[in-house]
Design a protein around this ligand. Structure first.
Ligand code: AGP
Length: 613
């Protein structure tokens, strides 16, 4: 998720664009850039770091000032590390066409080869530069207008995009288009501001036009034309922005955490995109290709992480042992780094981290490298330290996670681990039929998460009945034991309620002593091989007057007899169930924190990334 802005009007474009970027910074902040069209030339300046770095840098750059047309970008890297070369805007081979892009061009590698065969030379590692060159290719070939060249190029790409394009040869014009990524056009007096969301527009005008998928706009100071990418004119209605700036950044949600919980269907879809092939029934993880031979032959996997990422690692242990039959250990990074662990050449160590900067996880990775292990990463922040210190890895593509309590990164960590286990399992023991069942199950997951999110209000009401209790237990079995741990952590870190997660059968070896009248006990109990066992554990709690809140599989009427409240999740193959069962637990924690008046996005004593020991 990046932030893009475009401007045509009478004002100093550079100021409008920089202000717009500042408003969009929550969408991505690892590098930024700007391009101003003036006197038949395009002037570009870009650099790694936050908007403030770019803003300072362009102060002395004459060429960037004095123009009334331009485009700008704040990046959340997906392809290629955050650095000056990979920052946007990107240009075509002639440097007379520039574009900014938010989204992912899935078939960029095929297009890149086609263009290289035609003599194109690329400077960056990005998918976006390929689109710029493709537009340039059509533009030069056909000697056509910018918008026609953009249309021709977009008909060749698969993936998602929100783009704004400018050409040195067509003064006073910008072209915008979208598919899958948001794009809004602010209609002002003699000026237009194009942006990823209204926060960059609202100070200029409240009149906006929302582009739909496969639609584009040709904008100059005199007016705007809208059409489809097949050049069919479309009439667009001008609507009013009613939200405040803060509301826009949170997409109308009260907190970033809730926004990120509701983003999960979309980000899981993005995390899967281009990685599962339902025709060939296979998984493709580009970031592991150059080590795949070694990986298929590893004798042991060690997954290391902290906090929520450690819970994802625990689910990973079940996935790699069950689906790929690889012996797997899970290590707290803070312990692993000092424990002088047994790591040999046959071992691959996987560091799991949303931020990619957690000090303990980084040190654990360095320890593993010291000992000659194959060092892998499952990371969200592209170009982060952990990502750069691995031999290979997989990015989550979950977009920036602002809420301190990790939610969408966790579900995407589970998705990536599942993809890795399936890829390795299929190359080792798994049958085609099993692979097909799991891949079809995975491709259903985004819609199934959306189904669970539809119950948010019911979950708020149920949570309201228990929010007065200061001690909760979370219990699960198998794949859902780590989910119980995650549910407890979410509740602790944002509502300050003490909660403990345990394997359900462990309870009777001590913690059952805690159960007393009305104490809430959350059972993560989807249908699975140990379902009957978990029903007995529920009985043990009921017998001691604990209150049962069960997460169960749709259609399971049986559990209603035992539980005080049941929250249903759609049915799916057991290894995929944690991706669904965690969502109600995220919502329980969120609603409990709101009910207790806690600062949900900035909980006390916590930092989003723990970069110290
Ligand atoms: C989770 O909600 C917390 N923010 C915390 O436990 C976090 O998971 C942990 O600090 C690890 O962070 P990382 O994934 O960025 O390495």
């Amino acid at each position: 998720m990046c932030g893009i802005v475009g401007y045509v009007g009478g004002k100093e474009a550079c100021d409008v664009l920089i202000e717009g970027l500042k408003r969009l910074e929550y969408r991505g902040y690892d590098s930024a850039g700007i391009c101003i069209q003036r006197d038949g030339e395009l002037s570009i300046d870009k650099c790694p770091g936050r908007i403030a770095v770019l803003s300072e840098r362009i102060e002395g750059n004459e060429a960037i000032h004095g123009g009334t047309v331009g485009i700008a970008h704040t990046r959340w890297a997906t392809h290629g590390e955050p650095n000056e070369v990979n920052a946007h805007p990107h240009t075509d081979g002639t440097k007379r066409i520039a574009l900014v892009h938010n989204g992912i061009i899935e078939n960029y590698s095929t297009l890149k080869t086609y263009l290289q065969d035609k003599g194109h030379v690329f400077e960056s590692e990005t998918d976006t530069e390929v689109l710029a060159h493709l537009i340039g290719e059509f533009h030069d070939d056909g000697d056509i207008t910018l918008e026609l060249a953009v249309q021709s190029a977009l008909r060749e790409v698969s993936g998602t995009y929100g783009i704004v394009v400018v050409s040195a040869d067509e003064p006073g014009k910008i072209v915008a288009a979208r598919k899958g990524s948001p794009l809004i056009i602010g209609v002002g007096k003699d000026e237009y501001v194009v942006a990823s969301d209204a926060s960059a527009i609202i100070e200029h005008t409240a009149n906006v036009v929302y582009l739909n998928d496969n639609e584009m706009a040709v904008i100059s100071r005199d007016g705007m034309r809208t059409m489809t990418i097949d050049n069919v004119p479309v009439t667009k209605e001008i609507e009013q922005i009613e939200w405040s700036l803060e509301q826009i950044a949170k997409d109308g949600f009260e907190h970033f955490m809730l926004k990120e919980i509701f983003e999960q269907p979309e980000v899981v879809r993005t995390s899967l995109s281009g990685r599962i092939d339902l025709r060939e029934m296979r998984v493709q993880l580009g970031g592991l290709e150059h080590v795949s031979r070694e990986l298929v032959r590893v004798r042991k996997l060690i997954l290391t992480a902290c906090g929520t990422a450690w819970h994802a690692a625990l689910v990973g242990e079940y996935l790699f042992e069950d689906l790929a039959r690889i012996p797997t250990e899970v290590e707290y990074a803070s312990e692993f780094r000092y424990r002088n662990p047994i790591v040999d050449e046959g071992t691959a160590v996987v560091a799991i981290s949303q931020s990619g900067e957690t000090a303990d996880t980084l040190a654990a990775l360095q320890e593993a490298r010291q000992k000659g292990a194959l060092a892998l990463g499952i990371v969200n922040v592209v170009g982060s330290t952990i990502a750069r210190q691995t031999d290979a890895g997989v990015y989550l593509h979950a977009g920036p996670e602002i809420g301190v309590a990790s939610t969408k990164a966790f579900t995407c960590q589970l998705v990536v681990e599942t993809l890795m286990a399936l890829m390795l399992g299929r190359r080792r023991f798994m049958s085609q039929a099993s692979m097909e069942r799991y891949l079809r199950g995975l491709s259903d997951i985004p819609d199934q998460i959306a189904e669970v999110l539809g119950q948010s209000d019911t979950i708020r009401q149920i949570t309201g009945e228990y929010v007065g209790f200061d001690n909760w237990l979370f219990l699960g079995r198998g794949y859902n034991y780590p989910v119980a741990l995650e549910g407890a952590l979410k509740l602790k870190e944002i509502s300050y309620i003490h909660a403990e997660g345990l394997p359900a059968a462990e309870m009777k070896h001590g913690p059952i002593a805690l159960i007393h009248d009305g104490m809430p006990v959350v059972f993560v109990a989807p249908r699975c091989a140990t379902y009957d066992k978990i029903l007995s554990n529920i009985e043990e709690v009921r017998a001691r007057k604990g209150k049962i809140l069960a997460i169960a599989t749709v259609g399971d009427e049986e559990i209603r007899k035992f539980a005080d409240h049941v929250i249903y999740v759609p049915d799916c193959p057991a290894p995929l169930s944690p991706i669904l069962t965690v969502v109600p637990l995220q919502l329980i924690a969120y609603h409990a924190a709101v009910a207790r008046g806690c600062n949900v996005d900035k909980p006390r004593n916590l930092a989003k990334s723990v970069t110290v020991e």
